[in-house]
Design a protein around this ligand. Structure first.
Ligand code: ATP
Length: 342
């Protein structure tokens, strides 16, 4: 059995289905990021893992123990909430020490553990401060430290960086990743920010309408999405309608060999803009297109084009130093493996 086993978990609220049979196995060293649009069930699943929401059916095992009906205090998890939920009237050290006190750790040991944990999150010497004397990033670190200090088997993080500005968010992402590696603990993190998911996850879980659409290493999920929803939700792509016959995808741009069998019921090929080569040097020719739109973005040019004569629209990403204006005619190509059947 894996470190975390989620077995066919459902959650129904007054007839509305928040989780529709979610199953997932997670290893002890994984950094899992749950990603999905608003209302897809991410927070509900995290809350079921933390023991705050009882599932309607299904089971949850953590470190070999069936915790399905255990409340938050009775399971080996700790949660970092988006608003941090720190005790505002207590000092930083008392916030951290609280959980240890509940576990009846003797005071001298408690003081040492608090100091070491503050050191670990880069807040050595901040123990005496009040919560209101900290910046947003420092409060976030205190919240993570307070959760980690009780040595949970799994650290649950609900949009932990949601309240921070972009620069601080990136810095805290680096810090969270370093902390996860240093502590070797399993982190399960909820976000709706796909860049954050890619940056942090060893396993990204894409959720939609209470189900898992796709999960795996971020590079695989991004490059070879298993479903149309995942392809559209993560990054940009173009879909080319296709019929699949004898190892070939027949499309308006031509017939292409497939590098993998199409999933059942597949009706299209997905291609990412950055995988379209803006000349004829790739092994698969996509033919000629005329640019219909181009937008300079600094490092690259985001462009739209229409294939000739089919009229198929394509999204492109051209080098930032290219000259590209609407009306230009380009010959496009790609690699077979970058045409992903969905
Ligand atoms: N306490 C509740 N009572 C009734 N319905 C709920 C409750 N909590 C969540 N839901 C519903 O369950 C579904 C999943 O919600 P959930 O909060 O898990 O989604 P989410 O992916 O975390 O969304 P967001 O990114 O907006 O936080 C939604 O349709 C929501 O309205």
């Amino acid at each position: 059995m894996n470190h975390l086993e989620i077995d066919t978990v459902t959650k129904v609220y007054d007839g509305s289905v928040a989780l529709a049979g979610v199953s997932l196995s997670v290893a002890a060293h994984d950094y899992v990021v749950m990603l999905g649009p608003s209302g897809s069930g991410k927070t509900t699943l995290l809350s079921v893992l933390g023991g705050f929401t009882p599932p309607t059916s299904g089971r949850v095992h953590i470190a070999g123990q069936d915790v399905t009906h255990h409340g938050p205090a009775k399971r080996p998890t700790a949660t970092v909430f988006q608003d941090y939920a720190l005790f505002p009237h207590m000092s930083v050290a008392d916030n951290l020490g609280y959980g240890l006190k509940l576990r009846r750790m003797p005071k001298p040991q408690r003081v040492k553990t608090v100091a070491a944990t503050l050191e670990m999150v880069g807040l050595g010497g901040y123990g005496k401060r009040g919560i209101h004397e900290l910046s947003g990033g420092q409060r976030q670190r205190v919240a993570v430290a307070r959760a980690l200090i009780v040595e949970p088997e799994i650290l649950l993080l609900d949009e932990p960086l949601g309240a921070l500005d972009l620069n601080l968010r990136r810095q805290m992402q680096d810090e969270l990743l370093a902390l996860q590696r240093r502590t070797g603990r399993c982190f399960v993190h909820v976000t709706h920010d796909q860049e954050e998911a890619m940056a942090l996850a060893s396993v990204v879980v894409v959720m939609n309408k209470g189900r898992i659409e796709d999960y795996g290493a971020p590079a695989r999920v991004y490059a070879r999405p298993r479903t149309r929803f995942t392809a559209n939700f993560m990054g940009e792509s173009t879909e080319i309608a296709a019929r699949f016959e004898g190892g070939l995808a027949r499309t308006a741009l031509g017939d292409f060999p497939l590098s993998a069998p199409p999933p059942e019921g597949a009706t299209g090929l997905i291609i990412r803009p950055e995988n379209i080569i803006a000349d004829g040097t790739g092994p698969i020719s996509l033919g000629q297109v005329r640019l219909t739109d181009s937008l300079f973005q600094g490092a690259y040019i985001r462009a739209e084009a229409k294939a000739e004569p089919s009229g198929q629209a394509l999204r492109l990403r051209l080098a930032g130093n290219a000259t590209a204006v609407p009306g230009d005619v380009l010959t496009l190509s790609c690699r077979s493996e970058d045409l992903v059947p969905v």
